[in-house]
Design a protein around this ligand. Sequence first.
Ligand SMILES: Cc1cc2nc3c(=O)[nH]c(=O)nc-3n(C[C@H](O)[C@H](O)[C@H](O)COP(=O)(O)OP(=O)(O)OC[C@H]3O[C@@H](n4cnc5c(N)ncnc54)[C@H](O)[C@@H]3O)c2cc1C
Ligand code: FES
Length: 261
Amino acid sequence: MSLRNCRNVKVLDVVPVGQSKRPGEFFEIKLEYPDWDGWKPGQFVMIRPVSWDLEIVWGRPFSISSVGDGSLTLFIQKVGRGTSRLAQLKPGDEVAIWGPLGNGFAVEPERPTLLLAGGIGIAPFRGYVENHAGPENLKLFLAHRVPLECYPYDSLSRTVECESMMERTPEDLQRIIARLHELVAEYAERDGLILCCGPTPFMRTVQSAAAEAGTRAQLSLENRMGCGVGACLGCVTKDGSGHNVQVCTRGPVFWSDNVEL
Ligand SMILES: Cc1cc2nc3c(=O)[nH]c(=O)nc-3n(C[C@H](O)[C@H](O)[C@H](O)COP(=O)(O)OP(=O)(O)OC[C@H]3O[C@@H](n4cnc5c(N)ncnc54)[C@H](O)[C@@H]3O)c2cc1C
Ligand code: FES
């Protein structure tokens, strides 16, 4: 990434999404589009509001969720200090943004493609669906714990086939795991492409289902990151040969047989 791709942009809007038990848990930030040459669904940005001053040192990584009409949208779940402060941004505030970072998901428009999202893992799939040349070949499956309205699910279900399952009990979790195995086996039979983003246990299930079915799958990792550009080694994981790799530059998207979870 060149320095040209690090710049300050204005916040255009911050919009709460849905209602979970924790007020304001999900929200979208719309930023001025930083005038990049291009981006690929699955890539991410690091952002750091100017107002953080020296109080919060590191920027935070987020998938590019959607781009259009001169704006870039991030879809965020509040989990800690940084995301809570991001939720307080107001239109006109400035953030430093660097990106687009990392690789993106494979795109094979003619091939049946299964998008497996665990919770906030749906974020990069909005951009994937919006930019796909063969949406009739896409199916999205979302496993979630908070109400469906907290996610951009309705807007996606108007474009592509969608299915969701809510986890409330341990039995629900078993049903979700069984459904993931079924879907992966079905797409393996159709020589399909499987893409996954979600919490690590969710991705482990998909990784083992893909191995069992002997099929290709990609996983998007959400390791903690400091710099996003390969300098701090904060995001290191092991590839399929046991070698250390930086998730920010070699990922975040990996073929499932080429990464340890
Ligand atoms: C490539 C990439 C893309 C991402 N895309 C999105 C996205 O589109 N939307 C979104 O809401 N989040 C996304 N994340 C996760 C997001 O970066 C973290 O939730 C955020 O950095 C947490 O910051 P915080 O200061 O609020 O949390 P902290 O105060 O630093 O930590 C609070 C809690 O969050 C957990 N946490 C911190 N970082 C992560 C992380 N990277 N993944 C999971 N849990 C974490 C900590 O373990 C802790 O329990 C992405 C992460 C990566 C690496
Ligand atoms: S986040 Fe710094 S090396 Fe990956």
